[in-house]
Design a protein around this ligand. Structure first.
Ligand code: NAD
Length: 496
């Protein structure tokens, strides 16, 4: 019998109003149930938003350093439990332990950074143009924030949103991905233990259309913070636009790793293998497109083939394993359908392209896959596959490389391998991406810098660093006049 886990609303663990549940399974061994979770609907979301709305008044007036203390306590608990949390992530999501450790560490680092923001959260203090007057801006919370997260970073993603939102004085309702509710429940157990007041942070598990949709359209939700696919993000943007809600969207990527003719080929290959196949390619920043100068393309492809042959696919709890399973059957079928698309389109399938069945316990394993000689407009070169598939596009020189790298609707992350400083700096200038890496693959951001994408990857916001504080606060401009008389801006300013 699987253990049943509840929603967390108003400081209590409660079942869904419908009393319906769903199962969370281990993608490496689909026969193994990780847990049974609440299949929430509009009533549960309403209860959670109601709790967040009631809690907001007191939380917004709680001094920010004290709000930061709650985040700091949660961070200490995350740190103490990192190994067991990483194992939970691996069991429900299938990525290897080193990737799950990264996921937990991302949450820890976010907590460390954001708890300190409780003592900063800077506004501006500027000289007034009028005498005897102070002029400044201060930060205030936006209100109730609805947070909707994907399954590929089940700890880091909620933390990246929740920690800054809470420190800034917002109250939140989190709807985690239906494939990874266990990590979210563990996270909320930690928040409870850290002393989060009732109603300040609420959790409703369930499916997107049933629980996510009522959350992002709820009239009392002031802001939506979403990370996930472009299709869902677009729908959220449309409905948020109707209601004039604040909305921050982080969506997909088709990230190019460019290898120029003067690159250190061996380094580029090592980077591409890590960027393309870590988390079995299920990363928004995965190096899924390799844009390679034809002068070095044969060497790059040969190096990749050699590297792929060394990759171990298997039990993600085994520390020798490099690639675990994909998240679910649907994603396995989808990734395989792209292999068929690539072949139909005329790209050359070099290695992989197979569902791995024999000896894999019915898990959703896919072989690391390499396509060569793809043309830039093929679907496998344009659409986010979100699996262990790397597509090589051969180009002639810097200009074509940049044109191809920029030639998708997405703009999350891009990398360039070159030894030429001038070309490297030109690439930093020319690549259309929110993150650019030089001589490193497209994955792996740091908490104190902004994270997010341009073009269809985002809507202009950034997570992480002080950009997160900008997202989760409203600026209030304040004038304090101690002149004892009426002073009129732009009229009485002593400028001749
Ligand atoms: P998804 O869009 O299917 O789901 C994301 C979340 O939205 C889930 O919690 C889901 O239940 C919810 N949802 C689904 N339909 C909804 C609806 N109608 N209304 C409200 N919520 C709804 O994405 P996914 O498959 O979980 O994640 C993979 C995607 O996430 C990829 O495109 C990946 O690139 C992207 N991603 C982006 C970043 C980034 O920072 N840019 C980071 C991680 C993942």
């Amino acid at each position: 019998m699987a253990e049943t886990f509840l929603n967390y609303i108003d400081g209590k663990w409660v079942p869904a109003a419908s009393e319906e549940t769903f199962l969370d399974i281990n993608p490496a061994r689909p026969g193994e149930v990780v847990g049974e979770f609440q299949r929430s609907g509009a009533d549960d979301v309403d209860a959670a938003v109601g709790a967040a709305t009631r809690a907001h008044e007191e939380w917004r007036k709680t001094p920010a350093p004290l709000r930061g203390e709650v985040v700091a306590r949660a961070t200490r608990l995350l740190t103490e439990r990192k190994p067991e949390l990483a194992e939970t992530i691996t069991r429900e999501m299938g990525k290897v332990l080193v990737d799950s450790g990264y996921d937990v560490q991302g949450a820890i680092t976010s907590g460390e950074y954001m708890s300190g923001e409780g003592r900063r959260m800077f506004g501006d203090t500027v000289p007034s143009g009028l005498p005897n007057r102070l002029a400044m801006s201060i930060r205030e919370p936006v209100g109730v924030v609805g947070i909707v997260t994907p399954w590929n970073l089940p700890m880091l993603m909620p933390a990246w949103k929740l920690f800054p939102a809470l420190v800034c004085g917002n109250t939140v309702v989190v709807k985690p991905a239906e494939d990874t509710p266990m990590t979210a429940v563990r996270f909320f157990e930690i928040l409870e233990e850290a002393g989060i007041p009732p109603g300040v942070a609420n959790l409703v598990t369930g499916y997107g259309p049933e629980a996510g949709h009522p959350l992002v359209t709820h009239p009392d939700v002031d802001m939506v913070s979403f990370t996930g696919s472009r299709a869902v993000g677009r729908q959220i943007a449309i409905s948020a636009g109707e209601d004039l809600k604040h909305v921050s969207l982080e969506m997909g990527g088709k990230n190019a790793l460019v290898v120029l003719d003067d690159a250190d080929v061996s380094e580029a290959v090592t980077g591409a293998l890590w960027g393309g196949f870590s988390t079995a390619g299920q990363r928004c920043t995965a190096s899924s497109r390799l844009v390679v100068d034809h002068k070095v393309a044969d060497d790059v492809v040969a190096g990749l083939v050699e590297g792929i042959e060394r990759l171990v696919v298997g039990d993600p709890l085994d520390t020798e394993t490099n690639l675990g399973p994909l998240i679910n059957r649907k994603q396995l079928d989808r990734v395989h359908s792209y292999t068929e698309v690539g072949q139909e389109e005329g790209a050359q399938l070099v290695v992989g392209g197979e569902k791995l069945e024999e000896g894999f316990d019915g898990g959703y394993f896919y072989s690391p896959t390499l396509f060569d000689h793809a043309s830039p407009n093929m679907r496998i070169a344009q659409e986010e596959i979100f699996g262990p598939t790397i597509t090589v596009i051969r180009v002639d020189g810097y200009d074509e490389a940049i044109e191809v790298a920029n030639g998708t609707r997405y703009g999350l992350s891009a990398a360039v391998y070159t030894r030429d400083t001038g070309r490297a700096l030109r690439a930093v200038r020319d690549l259309e991406a929110g993150l650019v890496y030089l001589n490193a693959p497209t994955i792996g951001s740091e908490i104190h810098l902004p994270f997010g994408g341009v073009k269809d990857t985002g809507n202009g916001h950034r997570e992480s660093g002080t950009a997160a504080i900008d997202q989760f606060t409203e600026l209030k401009t304040v004038f304090l006049d101690y002149s004892g008389t009426l002073q009129r801006a732009h009229i009485d300013e002593p400028i001749d």
